[in-house]
Design a protein around this ligand. Structure first.
Ligand SMILES: *[C@@H]1O[C@H](CO)[C@@H](O)[C@H](O)[C@H]1NC(C)=O
Ligand SMILES: *[C@@H]1O[C@H](CO)[C@@H](O)[C@H](O)[C@H]1NC(C)=O
Ligand SMILES: *[C@@H]1O[C@H](CO)[C@@H](O)[C@H](O)[C@H]1NC(C)=O
Ligand SMILES: *[C@@H]1O[C@H](CO)[C@@H](O)[C@H](O)[C@H]1NC(C)=O
Length: 235
């Protein structure tokens, strides 16, 4: 018989077997802290185009980072963040380029909806260099960011910016709330596919080929809770 500690170690190794099934689950980021994020193991090494989609729920009115992809040569090769409510902008950074987007499905007071699930998708391709943002199925203008491919092993982080000043992460940019259904592809999806994603129809919504939420390979750093998804407040 195996000594108990070896048995426990084997159990631990087995429960951290990757990837994990996350269908019907969500990540809850329950506190404002610089110690918490989710690191996703993505399988591509060279990207000439992307589509990234995710769903978020939050009551944050300050700025926060949702998605950050770094390469050995750049800490924020791709960055998706929301500026403070007063500025009312979503920002997508790819390579050296930055594009800011305004006016997509804001409410009567021009605030981004709080306490409601929102779908957010962004696309970019190196050939045109154009990025586009979709919020709740509503398209943005297409704006130029970068012609350069994204190369090298990359690291994807959810809920924090990988561009820390003074070598550390900042709680003032951390995400607090829930996130689910995070998908990434190495090509640009059609408008119809992005609408299908927004409508949350799992039968026709495609699965990411860079990573797929259903079988995500990830590490949790700090206090992020994997819970059954709550999706009633979609509207
Ligand atoms: C990431 O996934 C690849 C296979 O897709 C695997 O070989 C590698 O060990 C994983 N890396 C980590 C840090 O889990
Ligand atoms: C960018 O990537 C595409 C697809 O992998 C490739 O065909 C193209 O040659 C790359 N461009 C550069 C400048 O490396
Ligand atoms: C990516 O990482 C793996 C393992 O750390 C390494 O073998 C490989 O050379 C790296 N590739 C690039 C393009 O840096
Ligand atoms: C978080 O912030 C504290 C206080 O500013 C700092 O000491 C620490 O290094 C930061 N941690 C990380 C992971 O950035």
């Amino acid at each position: 018989m195996l000594p108990i500690y070896i048995f426990l170690w084997l159990m631990l190794e087995m429960t951290s077997a990757r990837p994990q099934y996350l269908g019907e689950k969500m990540f809850t980021f329950p506190e404002e802290t610089n110690m918490t994020y989710v690191k996703v193991n993505a399988s591509a090494e060279d990207l000439a185009a992307i589509t990234i989609c995710l769903r978020t729920f939050t009551d944050l009115t300050r700025a926060y980072s949702l998605f950050s992809l770094s390469t050995p040569s750049s800490v924020n090769e791709i960055l998706l963040y929301k500026q403070a409510q007063a500025k009312n902008k979503f920002v997508v950074q790819v390579g050296d380029g930055v594009a800011a987007f305004v006016g997509q499905n804001y409410d009567y007071y021009n605030y981004y909806y709080l306490n409601k699930w929102q779908s957010i998708c962004t696309t970019w391709d190196a050939e045109t260099g154009l990025v586009q943002l979709w919020i709740n199925g509503k398209a943005s203008s297409r704006k130029f960011v970068s012609h350069s491919n994204i190369t090298g092993n990359f690291t994807v982080v959810l809920g924090q910016d990988q561009n820390p000043e003074e070598g550390r992460l900042h709680r003032s940019r951390s995400f607090v709330g829930m996130m689910r259904d995070i998908q990434m592809w190495n090509y640009v999806h059609s408008e119809m596919t992005i609408l299908n994603y927004h409508r949350n129809d799992r039968r026709i919504s495609p699965k990411g080929n860079v990573f797929d939420w259903q079988y995500l390979d990830f590490d949790i750093i700090g206090n992020v809770v994997v819970e059954p998804e709550q999706k009633l407040s979609n509207n």
